[in-house]
Design a protein around this ligand. Structure first.
Ligand SMILES: *[C@@H]1O[C@H](CO)[C@@H](O)[C@H](O)[C@H]1NC(C)=O
Ligand SMILES: *[C@@H]1O[C@H](CO)[C@@H](O)[C@H](O)[C@H]1NC(C)=O
Ligand SMILES: *[C@@H]1O[C@H](CO)[C@@H](O)[C@H](O)[C@H]1NC(C)=O
Length: 468
């Protein structure tokens, strides 16, 4: 849809819906937890993943509070679910009375929006529209559309879309893949422990290539959920990604108020790097960390330093970000090629595992696969993979976090071969802009992960996240 027709659609809708708004300052402290479950991602659901796509509703369950001996109790806990679309979802309740909506948990963006009104339309979304849970502003007494004069409108909406703003404030959020657009809303966000009034959330009316859910941006800019709630810290533990809508879940825990600089027991930390100054707002959303070494087997991969460390100049490329909304880790081609070369050598040494042709990997949007036909995937001892960060924190990944088995049927020969593919993707090699490495959710499975916003650091420890 062209931008102009999109705008007229939104203005039509804005005149249909009532616009009145006022903002007040959000109230004060506590901590929350929210359940997490996987969903497919905004960025790269591969065809293989898409075929597995099926939906289920994730019931919002209230988990009990985490006990932290000395630090403050969390504001809340909420469940996180694994989703068929390759991402992890949480359920948040908005409005009066509350309406529960599923959101992709996304640390790689900042805006918060939900599929909204009975007119919501999702193009290229590969999903049954009737399966998308919708927020209906008409049914909420606390829904207020933000008008064009409201300072929050200019802050969140992009300026080119604002030039035509007449009544209600339009937004257009862009992602690695796809967009979402609609009108900005002020609503009450409802946790069992606390209500947050005047939360700014996008009422999306038209999306392209989005999951059957909203997106809860946990990034670093002021419109993100952590910023709006004034969180000092949040943590999650992603259960094994099954590309399926299971009822299993783990917790997302939200903390408010200062908790000093005490470290959580057992966590290794690395500092967040300052975001680059850039006109590209996406770069301000990201959580950058300094990944200094990639170790495969016993070999340290030779990667030029210029890719690993963010250049804070006009080119603003390089560096590593942590992105829960991205399924498979993606590396810049020169980095990926160096990593793949070491894997290939180590696999050959281990036992004659030939690298499969590029066509095989392409079936899954992956770039490095080995033919393991006749062997049990679980029995293969893959070369170890370790990411070492500034400060010495080492992310030692279990094989399930970076290899996955796939069966492929070949007409020629009438037979099925099994492949183990590295669940790390290479970028096309065309574009040097943006982060050189995006650390996806597949690589974060079964780690307890903490975003300590107050102390600007990222912490993690290995942990089995699946609860009974
Ligand atoms: C997903 O879950 C459903 C129901 O539990 C099951 O029938 C199906 O085989 C699962 N799909 C995959 C790919 O695991
Ligand atoms: C994979 O290996 C098996 C067993 O060695 C072989 O029969 C099969 O042809 C191979 N598949 C491909 C696509 O090369
Ligand atoms: C392919 O293999 C299956 C099972 O081995 C067999 O039943 C079928 O007849 C074969 N088809 C062809 C075209 O050879």
């Amino acid at each position: 849809m062209a931008a102009s027709s999109l705008l007229s659609l939104m203005f039509l809708i804005s005149t249909l819906l009532l616009a009145s708004s006022s903002l007040s300052v959000a109230p004060n402290p506590t901590t929350f937890t929210i359940p997490l479950s996987p969903i497919f991602t905004k960025h790269q659901p591969s065809d293989a993943i898409k075929t597995l796509n099926s939906l289920a509703s994730s019931s919002p369950t209230r988990a009990h509070h985490l006990k932290h001996p000395k630090s403050k109790p969390p504001l809340t806990k909420t469940k996180v679910f694994s989703r068929s679309y390759g991402g992890y979802s949480i359920s948040l309740s908005f409005g009066t009375p509350p309406q529960a909506i599923s959101f992709l948990l996304d640390t790689g963006s900042s805006a918060v929006w939900f599929p909204c009104t009975s007119r919501y339309f999702c193009a290229d979304c590969d999903i049954d529209p009737s399966k998308i849970p919708l927020f209906i502003p008409k049914l909420s007494s606390s829904s207020k559309f933000i008008d064009c004069q409201n300072p929050n409108c200019a802050r969140i909406s992009s300026s080119n879309i604002l030039s035509g703003c007449q009544q209600a404030c339009p937004f257009l959020f862009s992602y690695g893949k796809g967009t979402s657009s609609g009108l900005l809303l002020s609503e009450t966000l409802d946790f069992p422990e606390k209500l947050f009034t005047n939360f700014l959330v996008g009422c999306s009316i038209f999306s392209t290539q989005q999951p059957p859910a909203g997106i809860a941006g946990f990034g670093r800019t002021p419109e993100s959920l952590p910023s709006q709630l004034g969180l000092s810290k949040f943590s999650y533990c992603l259960i094994s990604q099954r590309f399926n809508d299971t009822s299993e879940s783990s917790d997302l825990v939200l903390y408010r108020g200062s908790s000093s600089d005490a470290k959580t027991p057992g966590l290794s930390y690395t500092p967040f790097r300052k975001n680059p100054v850039s006109i590209d707002s996406a770069l301000r959303d990201y959580y950058y960390v300094d990944l200094l070494k990639v170790i495969v087997g016993r070999k340290s991969v030779n990667i030029p330093y210029k890719y690993l460390v963010l250049e804070n100049n006009a080119n603003r490329h390089g560096g590593t970000i942590v992105d829960s909304g991205f399924t498979y880790t993606r590396m810049l081609k020169p980095i990926f090629d160096a990593v793949a070369k070491v894997f290939e050598a180590e696999m050959a040494e281990m036992g004659n595992f030939p690298r499969a042709s590029a066509d095989v990997g392409a079936l899954f949007d992956l770039n490095l696969c080995f033919n393991i036909t006749g062997l049990k995937f679980e029995k293969i001892k893959f070369p170890e993979l370790t990411f070492e960060f500034k400060g010495g924190a080492k992310l030692e990944l279990p094989a399930a976090n970076y290899f996955e088995p796939f069966d492929v049927f070949f007409d020629v020969g009438n037979s099925t071969s099994t492949f183990a593919c590295l669940t790390i993707m290479s970028d096309s090699g065309q574009d040097l802009d943006g982060p050189a490495i995006i650390l996806g959710n597949t690589q974060q499975q079964n780690f307890y992960v903490e975003f300590d916003l107050e102390n600007d650091r990222f912490g993690f420890r290995k942990q089995t996240c699946n609860k009974k």
